[in-house]
Design a protein around this ligand. Sequence first.
Ligand code: KG4
Ligand code: ZN
Length: 344
Amino acid sequence: YPTGPLLAIESSCDETACAILSPQGTVLAEKVISQEAHAAFGGVVPEIAARAHLALLPDLARKTVEAAGLIPSDLRAVAASTGPGLIGGLIVGANFGKGLAIALGKPFIAVNHIEAHALSARLPGVAKEGLVFPFLLLLVSGGHCQCLAVEGIGQYRRLGGTIDDAAGEAFDKVAKMLGLGWPGGPQLEALAREGDPKAFAFPRPLKGRVGCDFSFSGLKTALARQLEPYGNTALPRALAADLAASFQQAVADVIEDRVRHAFAMMEPPTALVAAGGVAANGVLRACLTRIATDHGVPFIAPPLRLCTDNAVMVGWAALEVCREAARRGLLMPDDRRMRPRPRW
Ligand code: KG4
Ligand code: ZN
């Protein structure tokens, strides 16, 4: 178990991030750079992301160590997201972390990025009363859309996930069709505030189906069909707002239905937890709060900076894994030999 500060690294998508945590999980410093080079392409370009991580990470790590008032030799462990994610960025982050750990003679902890999202709500201060297992996690971001039963450290059961697009991906694609910039989710939500969510009767894919798989591509196609008469001409704003509001409502309805099914697929959870960038959406949050209330459990969404990709959750997951190893009387993990994995 680390006896002093740990440096954590996140580089699995388009956020380059470092954080330093105390062994108890106090955040001593954190820095995140959201790469901007992708906006011009309307989505994350893996090769550009990998090169940007390489250019940004060494300096960011040094500045994070300094911001914590430390020097590198004060570190007692190094952790990095080692998968799943975009392989180029993972190679950069994990190898930087391993190199540093080897140079310092300290252990390297390979963190599963999804596990880090799953455990982020257990960070001190996130859940008022603390968060105990089992809990139900809805992970909704640009790359992920799944429900997990989080039953313990290292014990995660995937209850269902998307069979086509991730929720954030659907928001981004529809935002693009409506002429909004990238990432589209927040802009679509803002435009939807001016519109009528009942204006268009979009489909609710998989609603009512057993299990808790998700599908969004049919919804996207239904919206594209509404745009056909306009060709290349600009959409009237009121129409765009109605489309945005109706689309957002359909996504929220689908997620609500799927999450209600997920509740029935596990031992009664202690809480409903949401993570990922889409968890910032107000309409979705209201839906999830309602479901949790119906089940008599709290709805917990970590603050946005912990919901989106960040290194604090990576460091926290590493600490949880080490603590669990100690509890079982096992040695502290050292994953220097582990290779980055695009799927894990
Ligand atoms: O977790 P995240 O920052 O990055 C990864 O995808 O890993 O999530 C970003 C996604 C984007 O697709 C973005 O459009 C979506 O989350 N998003 C939202 C909102 N804020 C971010 N979607 C809907 N409503 C929002 N307010
Ligand atoms: Zn993520």
